[in-house]
Ligand binder design. Structure first.
Ligand SMILES: Nc1ncnc2c1ncn2[C@@H]1O[C@H](COP(=O)(O)OP(=O)(O)OP(=O)(O)O)[C@@H](O)[C@H]1O
Ligand SMILES: [Mg+2]
Length: 317
């Protein structure tokens, strides 16, 4: 099967509020598909719909070839899902949790012991498997939750911010595991707020206000979304000077990245101009994924600003 997930104008409303607005996308088998967007963008709502937990208001989708409206139970049986607030049983041991989830997903009895052992190794839980979950640290719990989500070897796994609140070492280990699964043919849809993780996805969808703003590979997004020349400035009082820089007629955008400023200029010629005006070096850089993220989030804001401006115009008349 070419596409593991296909959505067509998938929409979710909560009362009058549209959380997901006519989302259409296709996810291929064996992809790590990343889902990015600001808080409240609708990422979890999309995942909960695709897992068959939340009923769409409009639109359609197929997941693993099953229809999202008519075959929800089949979908639930076949997929793995690690929710943003994953649930483990604190008063059971790591191993007992795995056993519980294996039972839930009907792992064949003959394979049970082997699968549990495999997950213990995968989650780097050797020697900790008989400890109560309540005594495990965040990284262990998170990998155990992943183990519970994949013990039945689902061909499609949804991971909703699987690495929030864990150490960089755990995050790296987590992604190594994911990549191994993908090399064996598993498809992964993952949400994250970490740009280094987004870089490791084959394709990324960026959503904001429930709407799909862009979908492509990280490299293509960097090339296509940012139009112009990106330069970096190292100014001692960077934060205070954003407004002044943004007000320069030829500056398209100015944002802060750590201690440095990123300035988007329309062309190469503007670099010298900016250097002359500020009296400091403007270093030409390749846009980062964070630049793409900021540009897309800003696009949404200016679009809505334009809309507010328009309604004011109408009110005035
Ligand atoms: N059950 C619900 N009832 C009403 N509104 C909801 C419900 N679930 C989500 N929402 C709203 O829908 C919007 C999208 O929420 P969602 O959780 O999908 O965002 P998200 O992109 O996952 O955000 P985050 O990055 O913070 O996890 C938010 O404004 C949220 O408040
Ligand atoms: Mg969420």
């Amino acid at each position: 099967m070419e596409h593991v997930i296909t959505t067509d104008n998938l929409t979710k409303k909560f009362g009058d509020f549209t959380a997901v607005d006519r989302l259409s996308l296709k996810i291929k088998r064996g992809e790590i598909f990343g889902f990015l967007g600001p808080n409240g963008a609708g990422k979890s709502t999309v995942i909960r719909m695709l897992c068959g937990i939340l009923e769409p208001t409009a639109g359609s989708a197929t997941v693993l070839g099953y229809d999202l409206h008519r075959e929800t139970e089949k979908i639930k049986d076949k997929i793995g899902y690690m929710s943003q607030k994953f649930s483990l049983y604190d008063d059971l041991t790591a191993k007992e949790n795995l056993k519980f989830y294996a039972g839930l997903y009907s792992v064949p009895k003959a394979e049970l012991a082997g699968r549990i052992e495999e997950m213990i190794v995968m989650a780097d839980l050797k020697d900790r498997e008989n400890e109560l979950v309540v005594n495990l640290s965040g990284g262990f719990k998170q990998r155990l939750a992943l183990g519970c989500a994949i013990i039945a070897r689902p061909p499609l796994i949804f991971l909703d911010e699987p690495t929030s609140g864990v150490s960089p070492t755990s995050r790296r280990l987590f992604f190594q595991i994911i990549r191994r699964m993908v090399s064996e043919g598993t498809t992964i849809m993952v949400t994250t707020h970490f740009m280094d993780e987004a870089e490791r996805c084959h394709r990324l969808a960026f959503i904001s206000g429930g709407q799909l703003m862009a979908v492509d590979s990280p490299d293509k997004l960097k090339r296509d979304v940012i139009q112009g020349m990106m330069v970096e400035l190292d100014l001692p009082d960077g934060l205070q000077r954003i407004k002044e820089i943004e007000e320069l007629a030829y500056v398209k955008e100015c944002t802060i990245h750590g201690a440095l400023l990123h300035v988007l200029l329309p062309d190469k010629g503007s670099i010298a101009r900016l250097q002359d005006t500020l009296g400091c070096e403007a270093k030409n850089i390749t846009p980062s994924l964070e630049d793409v993220f900021v540009a897309l989030a800003r696009k949404q804001r200016t679009d809505s600003k334009a809309y507010i401006g328009l309604t004011r115009e109408i009110e005035r008349h």
